[in-house]
Design a protein around this ligand. Structure first.
Ligand code: OAD
Length: 239
């Protein structure tokens, strides 16, 4: 690994699976009993805000029941000890990387613990539910900055632009090593990062339970649970 200085790591739902959080593309094609287009699009939020808020309130509440696993912990150790550049780009909206101690990371698909104002685009930390009393008519929570009743989950819905794409693309273009962990490679633009990394000359490694849609694009693919593969790989990298 002596020729490696800059590392970019992409994580997906598979890294949090062993903490007890469901992945998106299960065998029934449903996500926690819902079709993604019913809960994860701007149209769904406009059509049925109560359903969408109830769904994300439940996901947010579930965070209290889970904790980081050995894969998150290993990446946090890499973050603390790696002397070169490192960026962990997660597609996950949970906070398990941070709770494990990661700092050099960003959430490209948003965060459950954040509320986004649809009016002024301000953000505020959001720990509890967004839905109010069940017997009152629905009203979105008020924004602390502008006062508008327009707070929504700070989640990148289908059809919306993922966050911090410029920063991510800059990091990938300078990467010596690109590693993808626990993601199916089904959702763009994240699914295209491996090809961008290769184009710029990075080595590419995939750590995933099963072959993914993107496996063929990686120089190397290792199959197995993240809680085993990631700590072993981090030991290798840190020597
Ligand atoms: P998926 O559910 O599509 O894929 C999860 C991947 O993790 C699969 O390839 C599994 O084989 C793998 N996996 C499952 N358990 C694992 C384990 N214990 N160890 C290692 N790998 C494991 O989830 P993502 O690829 O993250 O977007 O989905 C991408 C995006 O689709 C999500 O960020 C979400 C969704 O729509 C938004 O919410 C905006």
């Amino acid at each position: 690994m002596s020729d490696i200085s800059n590392i970019v790591i992409l994580t997906g739902a598979g890294i949090s699976a062993e903490s007890g959080l469901a992945t998106f593309r299960g065998p029934d094609g449903l996500w926690e009993g819902h079709r993604v287009e019913d809960v994860c699009t701007p149209q769904a939020l406009a059509r049925d805000p109560v359903l969408v808020h109830r769904f994300y309130d439940a996901r947010r509440a579930a965070l209290a029941e889970v904790k980081p696993n050995r894969a998150h912990e290993a990446l946090a150790r890499l973050d603390a000890e790696w002397p070169g550049d490192l960026m962990v780009v997660t597609q996950n909206v949970d906070d398990l990387h941070e709770r494990a101690g990661a700092t050099r990371m960003l959430h490209m698909h948003g965060e459950l613990l954040s509320g986004l104002c649809a009016k002024c685009e301000g953000r505020q930390r959001w720990d509890g539910p967004m839905l109010g009393e069940p017997d009152l008519p629905f009203a979105a929570p008020a924004c602390a900055a502008c006062g508008a009743a327009a707070i929504r989950p700070d989640i990148v819905f289908f059809g919306e632009m993922p966050y911090q794409m410029d920063r991510i693309e800059r990091a990938i273009s300078c990467a010596d090593l690109f590693v993808s962990i626990g993601t199916s490679g089904a959702v763009y633009p994240a699914a295209g990062f491996v090809r961008t990394a290769r184009y710029h000359g990075a080595r590419t490694l995939e750590l995933n339970l099963d072959p993914s849609e993107g496996s063929i694009f990686f120089d190397e693919t290792r199959m197995g649970p993240a809680s085993e593969l990631v700590p072993a790989w981090v030991d290798e990298v840190l020597g």
